[in-house]
Design a protein around this ligand. Structure first.
Ligand code: GLN
Length: 274
């Protein structure tokens, strides 16, 4: 038997000099089919040459900017393990704020109807559906490829109370009304330099940007939402940290009341509701 070229600790030390430590761990755990905790306990374990080579290839791709979730094929969101592909945005921790705010408005034992527009990987709809098994969720997305990922995520997490439909925002909903409508739509301004930096270069443009000021999708959702909300229903929208005032104005103009903007963990405006 030829001696193994390296062990877990040596590979991680090298990789952590070249990329974020958490990413280095996630990628090695993925290659070995183990958890990150396993790596800590098995620091001295030898690594087979082909595993080391596969790891090196992923490290290179991460350094060139590919999101770590696309390389491992999954991302934790809320209490879910979600498959993600380049057809979907990578779910962000900020979006868990939207889920929390939604859950605070959905009683546990009532059969409410809830919509998630632009569901992507299904993150928002599936997190709400898991916490509120009696609610009926409807999740839409313009991208059939994204919906396929989202349907797979419902199965993967054993969640049955979400229906998925293809189409733009409210287009697949006909005359239905909801007690709560949530969306994390694209909200980056076209031409924003961030779109050509880092992980964003690899994510679907249609999930990221929307019009010259980034607000096209939000304007469209706010305009059509009143026709799809029950009396007393809620609309919750994630947006960029500079957009709180603009989104509050849009909601006011559309006749919403009790309008408020909530901040994320970094203290930035992130979700506006009414
Ligand atoms: N709703 C999904 C998420 O929050 C996708 C959002 C998007 O693609 N803009 O991750």
């Amino acid at each position: 038997m030829t001696p193994a070229p390296s062990n877990v600790a040596a590979l991680l030390v090298q990789a952590r000099q070249r990329l974020d430590a958490a990413d280095a761990d996630l990628l090695l755990a993925h290659v070995l089919g183990r958890s990150r905790t396993w790596l800590l306990v098995h620091a001295d374990d030898a690594i087979a040459a082909d595993d080391a080579a596969r790891y090196e290839a992923l490290v290179e791709r991460r350094i060139s900017g590919e999101p770590v979730a696309y390389l491992t094929g999954s991302r934790g969101f809320w209490t879910l393990d979600l498959a993600v592909t380049p057809a979907t945005l990578v779910p962000r921790p900020e979006t868990e704020l939207l889920v929390e705010l939604a859950l605070a408005r959905i009683p546990v034992d009532v059969e409410l109807r809830i919509a998630d527009l632009g569901t992507g990987s299904g993150a928002i709809a599936l997190a709400i559906a898991k916490e509120r098994p009696r609610a009926h969720l409807l999740a839409t997305d313009a991208s059939e490829a994204a919906l396929e990922v989202a349907r797979g995520n419902a199965k993967r997490n054993g969640i049955g109370n979400v229906e998925f439909r293809q189409g733009d925002w409210f287009a697949p909903l006909s005359g239905e009304t909801f007690d709560l409508i949530a969306s994390n739509p694209p909200y980056i301004a076209l031409g924003d330099p961030h779109l050509s930096e880092g992980d964003l270069r690899f994510e679907p443009p249609s999930a990221l940007s929307s019009g010259v000021d980034g607000l096209d999708a939000i304007r469209s959702i706010v305009r059509h939402a009143p026709a799809h909300l029950c009396t007393g229903g809620w609309l919750l929208l994630e947006h960029g940290w500079g957009q709180g005032e603009a989104v509050r104005v849009l909601l006011r103009e559309a006749g919403f009341v009790e309008i408020a903007t909530e901040r994320d963990l970094e203290g930035r405006d992130r979700v506006t509701l009414g």
